[in-house]
Write a protein that binds this ligand. Structure first.
Ligand SMILES: Cc1cc2nc3c(=O)[nH]c(=O)nc-3n(C[C@H](O)[C@H](O)[C@H](O)COP(=O)(O)OP(=O)(O)OC[C@H]3O[C@@H](n4cnc5c(N)ncnc54)[C@H](O)[C@@H]3O)c2cc1C
Length: 509
């Protein structure tokens, strides 16, 4: 008893270090980095998936000795799995707002629940058919066809190439399947009816909440007129990035980490533009005395579909805003906060830095040191965030904010490393040893430290590896925006980030 008490007390004293190790090796340790269109699988997530699959296998086999019983058990399990599955893969009230699951984590669980649901439903159907001399009813055939179509339209290739088509067909097919299962089960006070009623109730509540919010944000309002969208800046030669300013009909209290789905019905050359909605993080928002922002800014990277058509928007257009949705990253209780981004990943950090600088002045947050590490390939890309960085520096009255911009070699010329217009902004083309950099940042001030990251998979991998090697207690947060790798980014990260080299980059320590 005494031994247990002593061990408990010791563990309680060490809880900070134990938690740090748990975060470093379980939560933040990525086993399978994401490909474009998928999500990272961390050790913690792999354990959760194994537990999900394992518990389904155990429950479906305990006490089962014939195929009729197995078929009945699988159908019950499929109905239980349908409850969280039908909440949807996109941001939703139950999974994200109430249970606090991040968009990416819920996406992974949704895909695994879907796989388990399909295997259980198809096996149930085949066993039932085998027990009745391979005779299928029309309802069973329809159910199987809808299930198979869902599987075929969900493969990674389709999701990557025709994301909008996948999204809309997926919702439609899932809704049809739910209706078909209602016809398929025996109604009454039984297990199947309870499960399906729960699924339907949660789904309908989510739909009403979503439709109500969409209506509220886009109809009426104290301002007369439509939400407008104006491309205000393009980045020099490549026009890869665009900055879009949206006037809101109903101002809202903007927090860092928020994102919204935007739809532009009149966008040129886009099929079914009214049905397309794309998520973008709020990069900036106007500051009003009421704390309700009337204008928000999105920074959009030009891709192949909707965002490519945006380039052709030269005049204001009406826009439908679905949101805001949150991924609340709580940085207020950290003494040092380091923001790391490459390219358009900067969007995840601007409002967070503004919040910390305000909080520092009002003495409502702990931050005493704020640093931004931004990796870019061309000087023109700085333009996209330059005005916001200047504004942030203007707010930094107590000189706690430093910016370091890294480029691959050759972009910086002599005397170009510091910026005379933005104080405490440094540029470097020296390859950066992240482990050294994190250690230096961590030891620059006393207190705890957070690292907020929005980058491509390759950069994320480098950051996670360096954090593990640095042996500092740094809490890692990643953004809801999971950037894709492109043909340049991998090569660029390789040029900018070097491991195990002594760096000589300018740092304000
Ligand atoms: C929470 C969140 C925040 C984001 N914030 C930003 C941001 O601030 N700036 C920015 O440039 N990008 C952001 N993105 C990515 C942006 O949503 C996609 O790049 C954009 O939807 C691509 O549209 P497209 O038709 O031009 O691209 P396409 O070339 O047609 O598709 C490229 C890829 O984008 C993804 N995609 C396409 N449509 C959607 C959709 N409706 N929803 C989710 N993903 C989609 C798919 O993985 C697809 O493979 C964010 C994504 C998420 C999930």
């Amino acid at each position: 008893m005494c031994f247990v008490w002593h061990m408990g007390a010791r563990l309680w004293r060490w809880r900070r270090y134990i938690l740090a190790l748990y975060r470093k090796f379980i939560v933040d340790n990525v086993l399978f980095p994401r490909w474009n269109g998928t999500s990272d699988i961390s050790v913690g997530m792999a354990l959760a998936i194994s537990a999900l699959v394992g518990s389904n296998i155990v429950v479906s086999s305990i006490g089962v000795h014939d195929s009729t019983l197995l078929s009945a058990r699988l159908s019950k399990l499929a109905l239980v799995n349908a409850v969280p599955l039908f909440l949807g893969g996109r941001t939703n009230l139950w999974a994200n707002s109430i249970c606090g699951l991040s968009l990416a984590n819920y996406g992974v669980l949704h895909r695994w629940l879907g796989r388990i649901f399909v295997v259980q439903s198809v096996t149930h159907g085949l066993l039932r058919a085998a027990n009745s001399s391979w005779r299928f009813t029309a309802m069973e055939v329809t159910n199987l066809v809808v299930l198979c179509t869902i599987v075929m339209t969900s493969v990674l290739f389709i999701r990557r190439r025709f994301f909008e088509l996948f999204l809309k067909s997926h919702s439609l097919l899932a809704f049809s399947l739910l209706a078909l299962v209602w016809f398929h089960i025996k109604k009454g006070m039984n297990f199947a009816t309870v499960c399906l009623s729960t699924t339907t109730t949660l789904w309908v509540t989510q739909f009403i909440y979503w439709a109500g919010n969409l209506f509220f944000r886009n109809v009426g309002g104290y301002r007369n007129g439509v939400n407008s969208l104006v491309p205000i800046c393009r980045d020099g030669k490549s026009a890869e990035l665009m900055s879009l300013q949206v006037s809101l009909r109903r101002p809202w209290r903007v927090r860092h980490g928020q994102y919204a789905y935007i739809t532009i019905p009149s966008i040129p050359r886009a099929a079914f533009a009214t049905l397309q909605s794309h998520p973008y993080l709020l990069a900036w928002a106007s500051e009003e005395p009421s704390h309700l922002s009337k204008e928000v800014t999105f920074i959009v990277e030009g891709r192949n579909g909707f965002s490519d058509r945006l380039r052709q928007c030269t005049e204001p257009r009406s826009v439908i805003v679905d949101g805001p949705y949150d991924q609340n990253i709580e940085l207020d209780n950290f003494d040092k906060v380091l923001f790391v981004a490459n390219d358009v990943g900067i969007v995840a950090h601007l409002l967070a830095i503004r919040h910390l600088l305000h909080g520092h002045d009002d003495k409502t947050v702990r931050a005493r040191r704020i640093s931004l590490l931004w990796m870019l390939k061309e000087r023109e890309q700085e333009n996209i965030a330059r005005q916001y960085l200047e504004r942030l520096m203007g707010k930094d009255t107590r000189r706690i904010f430093t910016i370091l911009i890294c480029y691959p070699k050759s972009v910086i010329s002599e005397g170009d490393a510091t910026d005379h217009e933005i104080p405490r902004l440094f540029r470097t083309d020296t390859p950066l040893d992240l482990k050294w950099y994190f250690k230096t940042e961590c030891s620059a001030e006393a207190g705890n430290m957070a690292l907020s990251l929005c980058g491509t998979p390759q950069l994320e991998q480098h950051v996670r590896r360096a954090l593990q090697r640095a042996f500092c207690d740094i809490t890692l947060y990643t953004s809801a925006f999971k950037m894709d790798e492109n043909m340049y980014s991998r090569e660029l990260t390789r040029k900018i980030v070097r491991q195990d080299q002594i760096s000589s980059v300018p740092l304000d320590i």
